[in-house]
Design a protein around this ligand. Structure first.
Ligand SMILES: *Cc1c(COP(=O)(O)O)cnc(C)c1O
Length: 428
């Protein structure tokens, strides 16, 4: 069996038919924006390997930090023990975050960070004497991960509610905010979508522990960008009803939308924040759930006293060292101009795709470019074309999209937008 035959016969891939996985590229090396196949073919990673590699693959400073950490201490348990990489990463995160968000729980992946956030919310409500608040509310079109409870707050239609009907706890779903990013905001609650949240919290707030949202940018659930004023309104309504606000910045954090965090577009601060994906610059898995002092204090002073969670590889030193080096790159500040430049070029070069017959909409925010089609796009077509166009794209649903590494140069980005437009022109 060749390596690819072995792969097809034995290895599951994400959201891929195990019996018919389709064409698979064997990647043997990465560098900067490039994925290099075993036969030497090079493809630009226009997906940043799913929102992660913001500084490009194999960034020298991150690799050096990881190698130094590897030589000293790849791992140690976090129960009763601590270490410099976790402390250094904590210090840097607090430096980037709004004051008040400063109680950090490290875990291994985004979905786990969401599980931890949901658990924190319930434990906090129990601590406040509101044990009946066990449910969650969110908006349609969201995506918060693939684990059991995270799945229950993903979009009920394009998420997994159909398949797992009966097995998932039913949460409360509101229409997605109707006014898009850049649209004209109206204070009329019937038109701006906040009326629905107000009614839900008035009627059922006493059973709801938290509202969970992707701030401003909904990622894998539909690549939709909504008006930041909606988020400000949601924050006020949560406060009025004793409901916590959890913001999921796993995809949007670390500059992707043009601000360090997407919540910065709205000037809103959550009670609990989830980070992941680009936290290590895409070099190794790591996530964090960060609570405010009142949430942490509530749980700490409760009868249970402890947050009931503790991953085996919690705050893995190798991952924390990568995180420190990645945040140090961001601290230099070059990302802001780079993302603005990418946004300009995406607007210029993707805009004309609006005129293609199969295209429903073109959207850009920061270093995220989306061509939304009228019909579903077959990702297999993009996969097949990639070696020839030299651009790695993985369309999802009706969206052909890119979120390239911030280091991508204009020529490389032109290749990405050309490949996207080409796919939009012939992918129907
Ligand atoms: C990817 C993602 C998650 C889940 O993260 P994993 O590391 O894949 O578990 C959660 N929320 C959002 C917004 C994401 O984009």
């Amino acid at each position: 069996m060749t390596p690819l035959e072995f792969d097809a016969r034995h290895l599951w891939h994400p959201y891929t038919n195990v019996l018919d996985p389709g064409a698979m590229h064997l990647i043997s090396e990465t560098t900067g924006v490039w994925l290099i196949r075993d036969d030497g073919t090079r493809m630009i990673d226009a997906m940043s390997s799913w929102w992660c590699t913001v500084h490009g693959h194999r960034h020298p400073a991150i690799i050096a930090a990881m190698q130094a950490q590897l030589a000293q201490m790849p791992h140690v348990m976090f129960g009763g023990l601590t270490h410099e990489p976790a402390i250094a990463l904590g210090r840097r995160l607090i430096g980037f975050l709004p004051t008040g968000l400063d109680r950090i729980f490290f875990s291994d992946s985004g979905s786990v960070a969401i599980e931890v956030a949901l658990k924190m919310a319930v434990q906090y409500q129990i601590a406040m004497g509101r044990a009946e608040r066990t449910e969650f509310a969110t908006i349609r079109g969201g995506y918060h991960g693939d684990t059991w409870k995270a799945m229950s707050v993903c979009d009920p239609v394009n998420g997994m509610h159909g398949l797992f009907r009966g097995a998932l706890s039913i949460q409360h779903f509101l229409p997605r905010p109707p006014i898009p990013f850049g649209g004209d905001w109206t204070e009329d609650a019937a038109d701006n979508g906040l009326g629905a949240l107000e009614r839900l919290l008035a009627a059922k707030g006493a059973r709801i522990a938290a509202v969970i949202l992707e701030p401003v940018v909904q990622g894998a659930g539909g690549m939709y960008f909504y008006h930041p004023a909606w988020l400000r309104g949601a924050r006020a309504l949560c406060d009025a009803h004793g409901v916590l606000l959890i913001l999921d910045e796993i995809a949007t954090g670390f500059g992707r939308t043009g601000e360090m965090f997407a919540m910065d577009h709205a000037g809103v601060e959550p009670d609990i924040l989830c980070l992941g994906k680009a936290l290590t610059g895409g070099h190794i898995t790591l996530a964090a759930t960060i609570a405010t002092e009142p949430v942490a204090r509530g749980i700490g002073e409760s009868e249970a006293g402890v947050l009931m969670h503790g991953p085996t590889y919690m705050a893995n030193p190798l991952a924390c060292a990568a995180g420190v080096a990645s945040l140090d790159q961001l601290a230099r500040g070059d990302w802001r101009n780079a993302v603005a430049r990418i946004a300009d070029q995406l607007w210029q070069q993707l805009g004309p795709a609006r005129r293609l017959p199969g295209v429903a909409d073109v959207r850009v925010l920061g270093a995220i470019g989306v061509i939304e089609m009228k019909d579903r796009v077959d990702p297999a077509i993009a996969h097949r074309r990639a070696p020839e166009t030299g651009v790695w794209l993985r369309p999802f649903g009706r969206n052909i999209y890119c979120m390239p590494p911030y280091i991508i140069c204009p020529d490389e980005l032109s290749r990405v937008t050309a490949a996207m437009t080409d796919l939009a022109g012939g992918a129907r």
